[in-house]
Design a protein around this ligand. Sequence first.
Ligand code: SF4
Ligand code: SF4
Length: 241
Amino acid sequence: MPPLKEDILQSIYETFAEWSTRFSFACEKNCASCCTQNVIMTAVEGEAICRLIRQTGRDLWFADKLQNKGTTGRPRMTTNDFAGACLGQGEDGQPELLGNMSPCPFLENDCCRIYEVRPFSCRCFASEQRCSAGISALAPTYYLSAATAVLQIIEHLGQGEYWGNMLDVLSALCDQPQNRGVATLLPASFADQSRVQLVQAKPLPGFLLLEDEMEQIAPLLEAIFSRKVGGKTVESILNGR
Ligand code: SF4
Ligand code: SF4
């Protein structure tokens, strides 16, 4: 059975998906030019992926995918670090996009092989026009702001744990006892080398929402916080009550 954090994560994913049905995006099955190695996530999202790999007996496949990952970089700020800086609570700076635009290794025949547990960065990437070379994704500004707010909540959920490139987080998680099956298939220092590319997820310092966006986004935030998981609201759990 997944732990409470993964249940909260699932509840957040579902609430965002329900709220997003108001948009008409061009995204459809087998449209996958957005699937690059430039995916950021938290350890709690990685643990859900590792669970799926164990349950489906795909250790060898997974180890092969991780070993073939491209070069990534260590992010300087998390989403919540950046929000904190904008709100005057932390070190000033700009977040860096240090990902790798090569195809995601989990993409096979234009289908995601971990689709049911793909991280939020993949779930929220959407476009009103079909992307291709020279045509970039297009989405309403308040959709992008809402997605950023949800990324902040998920980072808060995983605070103190790994935050960074999806493939680095997954590689670092391989030295957990439950993932030993994959670790034995990887070089001895693989998890350590990936860990140095990661930073720590931070608590939510506040949202970066403009006043005129609040009217459209507040119902989403209320729906996320008021849902009950394990008999308590997500808000009370995230506040440590
Ligand atoms: S974001 Fe662009 S490439 Fe990705 S599924 Fe949507 S339309 Fe296709
Ligand atoms: S994890 Fe899946 S949805 Fe996300 S980038 Fe990779 S193939 Fe695409």
